[in-house]
Design a protein around this ligand. Sequence first.
Ligand SMILES: [Zn+2]
Length: 223
Amino acid sequence: MTKTFKATCPYCGTRVYLELWGEGYKEQKETKSGGYNVAAGFCPNCDEFIVIVEHGEKYEETQSDDEAYEIDSTKIVFPKFATGRTLEDGIPEKYSKNFREAEQVLEISPKASATLSRYLLQLILHEELHIKKKNLEEELNELATQKIVSVNLAKMLQVFRKVANFGAHPKKSSNSNEIIEVEKGEAEIILDLLEELFDCIFVKPKQQADFLADIKDRYGIEV
Ligand SMILES: [Zn+2]
């Protein structure tokens, strides 16, 4: 059985048509008339291995093929955790590692993801930018004042701080270990914001430095 899935590759994050080979399995309980399709193969973009399991309400056995249909759920079962976001070069490992963790737990626990994201945000503020205030609200204000990031990004980070309710009072916002109540969508947005923060602090400056170094090599112009 060949199955075609339109999916986001869990490795490279590209929207791809996956052509996977698989087999159907009829549900064994007499009360159930559906079944499962298990399909596996390689992403056409990054060549990594993917396994998908889908469940169908109905099951059909024919001479050539057995297949579940009227599909009501499709799950990527391998790799176990998606790391679909592509991080650019230039991000120090201690930050990218934390980001990957926040990304990996997103599916099973948005709360854990947002908590890791907040930890990462504070780590960057404290250790990279040397911004240390009595709470996150003040630290983000300082980030905006120093014009390290765009006005919009600074505003978005403040909005997120309010949504996730860290910083409702100083004690709460200064405690990085506290669990945050959020939905999956919100936890995803903070990952987007962190990616933008990476971009401003690490990626763009590195690209600009590389560009200037290249100009110097080629034309002998020093800026
Ligand atoms: Zn891929």
